[in-house]
Write a protein of this length. Structure first.
Length: 370
């Protein structure tokens, strides 16, 4: 077997730790932060090459908070990153300088009942990038435990590596749904996570995948990317009527075996419960309003299995990387543009305007010719 391709090892002394910092809502700046050092023998120092912008980053930029997470002190944004290993701690095996890695941005405490039960995404002591008060990955250098740095196969680029994080979110959602070969799946919302859910559902053998969104361009993309069917809900139409129309359009008279909400929008969630079949599965992946009107009678009478999904857990990053490496999910198609670090704010603006799927920002030490 050929040795894994390694990137040239960057010289950390010559590297900048320029960071993209949120001071207050709509107030961002570039600031040179102190360079992080390995804090533990198991740590790895990584030069960040690319970071994707997530809806949550844009939300913090706009509003300074998400739910009870409030930005009180300046915070570096970003959590969807891939980079190149610069230095490893003395106990690290299996990773070395020059290795290209996808970064899992959250670190559980490893000691609480949830961590010990293998559900570390539920850890109450989770330290997660760009979730206040913790800094994110739109920075030059990043330190993480080695087991949260996943080596990319030679065939997977660093740009694709930055898409592993949102793909892992979709993998977790699809695993929560327990999709089996031949099943029908409806995905509400055709943003990045909804699109990736559709693709992962196909990779799990779903025979019918219907993407639902209110933007035609997103549906057109979904159809090319992964969906077998698409549907645009009609305005001023009740959720039961929209659900009936989706069933008819997708040839699912009994309803969908699985409905995934990747929108967080109240009408979509309501439609989902009318769209799912008797005894079907509903998974909430999207985050919108904290409280909504929910068709709980449909849930009860149809004996629907409803599950939440939050971030990702054991094995999700590995599967996401395998899905990319095997060509089953072509995340490259989602990359709308790559911009240099100096254009980070402009990239955020473009995401907020909604004309792009996924923007990548090159790291401040990445001299990739963009
Ligand atoms: Zn994200
Ligand atoms: Zn824990």
């Amino acid at each position: 077997m050929a040795a894994a391709a390694k990137a040239a090892v960057p010289d950390k002394d010559k590297m900048s730790n320029l960071s993209f910092v949120l001071n207050a809502p709509r107030d961002v700046c570039f600031a040179e932060q102190p360079k992080p050092a390995l804090g533990d023998a198991h740590d790895v120092l990584v030069a960040v090459d690319y970071t994707g912008i997530c809806g949550s980053d844009v939300h913090y930029w706009q509003h300074g908070s998400i739910g009870h997470f409030v930005v009180r002190d300046p915070m570096v944004l970003g959590h969807e990153s891939a980079g190149t290993v610069v230095e490893t701690g003395s106990a690290v095996t299996g990773l070395g300088p020059g290795d290209r890695v996808a970064l899992e941005p959250g670190s559980g405490c490893r000691r609480c009942p949830d961590c010990r039960a293998g559900r570390y995404n539920l850890c109450e002591s989770m330290v997660f990038a760009a979730t206040p008060p913790h800094h994110g990955t739109l920075t030059g250098l990043w330190v993480a435990p080695a087991d949260l740095c996943y080596r990319l196969p030679d065939t997977v680029s660093l740009r694709e590596g930055a898409l592993v994080e949102p793909l892992a979110v979709a993998v977790h959602i699809v695993r929560q749904a327990g999709i089996r070969p031949g099943q029908s799946v409806a995905v509400m919302g055709a943003g990045p996570v909804g699109l990736l859910c559709a693709a992962v559902a196909r990779a799990h053998g779903a025979a019918t995948v219907v993407s639902v969104d209110i933007v035609q361009a997103k549906l057109d993309f979904a159809r090319r990317f992964a969906a077998t069917h698409t549907y645009m809900p009609r305005p001023r139409t009740s959720p039961p009527d929209n659900a009936a129309a989706i069933r008819a359009h997708a040839g699912l008279p009994r309803g969908a075996d699985v409905v995934i909400d990747a929108s967080g929008a109240e009408p979509s969630i309501q439609t989902s419960l009318h769209l799912v079949r008797m005894g079907g599965v509903y998974v909430q992946g999207g985050m919108g309003k904290a409280d909504i009107s929910f068709p709980i009678m449909a849930l009860c009478l149809k004996e629907v299995t409803a599950r939440g999904s939050f971030r990702y857990g054991p094995g999700d990053y590995e599967l996401a990387i395998q899905l990319i490496a095997s060509g089953q999910v072509d995340v490259k198609q989602l990359i709308s543009a790559v911009v240099p670090f100096s254009q980070a704010e402009e990239a955020f603006r473009r995401v907020q305007e909604g004309q792009v799927i996924k923007m990548l920002i090159a790291g401040p030490n990445n001299d990739d010719n963009i």
